[in-house]
Design a protein around this ligand. Structure first.
Ligand code: NAD
Length: 267
């Protein structure tokens, strides 16, 4: 059994990770770490996640947790690189889902990977979304530039940024296939008398409402037909399942920095 420490364990994603690890047959929860002023310190991580008690309490002692773990999954909203450094010291593999990393922090992680760490980083760990990335790349290549691309995403009303990181990535994938640039060729929403749609344009539209976890559709349209590729996440479990796949992947991987396309063998 792989011993897995969850960092950010009291958060929304942390709880889904704990509940998925609890029902896994190949891994067990070895640590559940959160910040040292978390109101949940001392509570059983399983009970907090709404599943059977795990016997592992929410703790702020990252050192102790990593010393007893094979892998760290980190979805915390602070100190991600410091914890990666510590995980490396204890020989733990490292899975990072937090989306707070700056470019400098990503470079620091790359350096850790060059020096022997095994790391998976992905802003979206959903297996389905990562397959969508692959399919959109293939579609963009096969269909060519005559097909007009529109991207529509919908999220819950608490989301504070738009478009979603996943929608941005989808647009980047289309741009990469066409040698276009995100900065110049993506049009965010349309309003008023804006004239006919230029051919060289990717339309980007963000919808907000209710408790939608995350819907993404990429439309390729041309006279006479259109192709729509859609992914809908109904629960954060989709991200947690991907993180667990990443832990399994790293158990046999050489040191290095990987993404979910590596984990799912989509490259
Ligand atoms: P959240 O605010 O519910 O949880 C974050 C948790 O991290 C909190 O419990 C907080 O106390 C804890 N934390 C903060 N600082 C810490 C520290 N120094 N050490 C340990 N724990 C610390 O947020 P969330 O919705 O669970 O999302 C967490 C992160 O995961 C965000 O960056 C979010 O964008 C990202 N996310 C990524 C994916 C993906 O697929 N990669 C999916 C969903 C969310």
């Amino acid at each position: 059994m792989l011993k897995v420490c969850v960092v950010g364990a009291a958060g929304r994603m942390g709880r889904h990770l704990v509940s998925n690890i609890s029902s896994s047959e190949v891994m067990t929860l070895s640590g559940a770490v959160d910040r040292n002023d978390s109101p949940f310190l001392g509570q059983d991580a399983g009970a907090l996640a709404g599943v059977a008690p795990t016997g592992v309490g929410i703790s702020a002692d990252l050192d102790f947790a990593l010393a007893h773990s094979d892998a760290m999954i980190n979805f915390a909203t602070a100190n991600v690189v410091d914890s990666a450094r510590l995980a490396m010291k204890y020989g733990c593999s490292i899975v990072i889902g937090s989306t707070i990393l700056t470019a400098e922090e990503q470079d620091e992680l790359k350096e850790l990977a060059t020096n022997g760490a095994r790391i998976v980083v992905a802003k979206n760990m959903s297996v389905g979304v990562n397959l969508l990335f692959k399919l959109v790349g293939e579609a963009a290549k096969a269909l060519g530039e005559d097909y007009e691309v529109e991207i529509v995403e919908m999220h819950h009303d608490q989301k504070i940024d738009a478009p979603s990181g996943t929608a941005v990535r989808l647009a980047e994938i289309v741009c990469e296939g066409r040698k276009w640039s995100y900065a110049n060729d993506v049009k965010h929403g349309r309003c008023g008398v804006i004239g006919k749609r230029p051919k060289r344009e990717i339309g980007m539209h963000s919808l907000r409402g209710g408790d939608v976890v995350g819907d993404h559709t990429v439309i390729f349209a041309i006279n006479g037909e259109r192709i729509e590729l859609t992914h809908k996440a109904a629960s954060r479990d989709s991200f947690a399942r991907g993180a667990l796949r990443a832990v399994e992947f790293l158990a046999d991987a050489a040191p290095g920095m990987y993404d979910m396309q590596d984990v799912l063998k989509l490259k």
